[in-house]
Design a protein around this ligand. Structure first.
Ligand SMILES: Cc1cc2nc3c(=O)[nH]c(=O)nc-3n(C[C@H](O)[C@H](O)[C@H](O)COP(=O)(O)OP(=O)(O)OC[C@H]3O[C@@H](n4cnc5c(N)ncnc54)[C@H](O)[C@@H]3O)c2cc1C
Length: 334
């Protein structure tokens, strides 16, 4: 990882302009724009990006199909060119002080910074169905925009494990005509049934989903409690998405309806100096949009820093002028 530091040990007590917590697409993109704006920036990254289980990253213009890890490797090399400190480690807390924040890293080091950017992504809490975790990102999928094209026209099962599962089935129908909705133990309303039927989605028998079935390392079905096997080559599930934002506990950031830290279009939270970008603030962000959110936040953050610095310089200039004037007055009196 080039000049990556281990756990911030050599970063000392310098004041950063921005500490970015999370070095995925959103965090590195924030760092790139701030580094190029000649800001003093650190990125602390625990190295577990959300899309790590997938072999390829799709839908990123000019990088479609690139392995996720390769994108981040290029990103780290790019930000390093602008003097950004890359720190391998985990941030544990962010504490406010009168004019800065202290970011406590696991293992002891503390970074002092004027701004904090939360770029920690989210974690997907998967349904407790044996096989789902092992196949996640391969043939058990969530996002058709990420993988739908690659599995187009294959037999899909959509597992009814989440309130959004019916909508997911209606959506993924765009990528295949061969779809079965497996309701599991979630009741279907008459309206759900009608919409699924109208869209040409078959509905399997109700009953607990016991496991996914594989053969030769490929998904071939989903087994129900009554012994029925629903054949499929791809299963879609809707995970519970939980933002990785516990580092901000106690700061009082307002949350949105989805439970994420609420931001404006530039990533500003309700707490001045705290920003959130990528999946940490918006579970729908794809890699390219997470990167875009990072760039937009960096742009606004740098402007905020310039405003503060102009204000400080004006105050200093005025006091220097006042001191000179009173000095000149004293001389004139002598
Ligand atoms: C299986 C799968 C496949 C996907 N495929 C695609 C795809 O093909 N195309 C696409 O556009 N999108 C895809 N996505 C969505 C994609 O993962 C997200 O859009 C993207 O990861 C968001 O970037 P991010 O920077 O917000 O978060 P992440 O990429 O998750 O990066 C967050 C980083 O922060 C670190 N971190 C978390 N907490 C801390 C902490 N306390 N201290 C320090 N570091 C911390 C994490 O370890 C991680 O490295 C996929 C998602 C999944 C689940």
């Amino acid at each position: 990882m080039g000049d990556t530091q281990k756990n911030g040990q050599s970063s000392g007590q310098d004041m950063y302009d921005a500490v970015i917590i999370g070095g995925g697409a959103s965090g590195l993109s924030t760092a790139l724009v701030l580094g190029r704006a000649r800001r003093k920036v650190a990125v602390v990254d625990a190295g577990e990006p959300r899309n790590a289980p997938a072999a390829h990253m799709q839908g990123f213009l000019t990088r479609d199909g690139m392995p996720p890890a390769a994108l981040l490797e290029v990103g780290r090399a790019e930000v390093s060119r602008y003097g950004v400190h890359l720190i391998e480690g985990r941030a544990e807390t962010v504490q406010p002080a009168p004019r800065f924040f202290s970011v406590q890293l696991a293992g002891g080091p503390v970074l002092r910074t004027r701004h904090v950017v939360l770029a920690t992504g989210l974690r997907d809490e998967l349904p407790e169905i044996p096989g789902v975790r092992e196949r996640w990102g391969r043939d058990v999928l969530h996002c058709p925009y990420c993988h739908g094209y690659e599995v187009r026209d294959r037999p899909f099962a959509v597992l009814g494990t989440h309130p959004n599962s019916v909508n997911q089935a209606l959506l993924v129908r765009q990528w295949s005509e061969d779809i079965v909705y497996v309701p599991g133990t979630r009741p279907l309303t008459a309206d759900d049934r009608e919409r699924l039927e109208a869209r040409g989605v078959r509905i399997a028998a109700a009953g607990a989903i016991v496991q996914t079935l594989t053969d030769d390392d490929r998904l071939h079905g989903v087994e129900l409690k009554n012994g029925t096997v629903v054949p499929c080559e791809v299963a879609f599930i809707f995970p519970r998405m939980i933002p990785n934002d516990s580092v901000l506990d106690g700061l009082g950031c307002t949350r949105n309806e989805a439970g994420s830290v609420k931001t404006d279009n530039a990533g500003r939270t309700s707490v001045p100096g705290i920003w959130a970008v990528g999946n940490a603030g918006d579970s729908r962000a794809l890699v390219i949009s997470a990167a875009g959110m990072g760039a937009a936040a960096a742009f606004a953050l740098n402007h905020d820093l310039v405003d503060t610095e102009v204000q400080q310089s004006v105050t200093e200039l005025r006091s220097a002028r006042t001191a000179m004037q009173s000095g000149a007055g004293l001389l004139a009196e002598q």
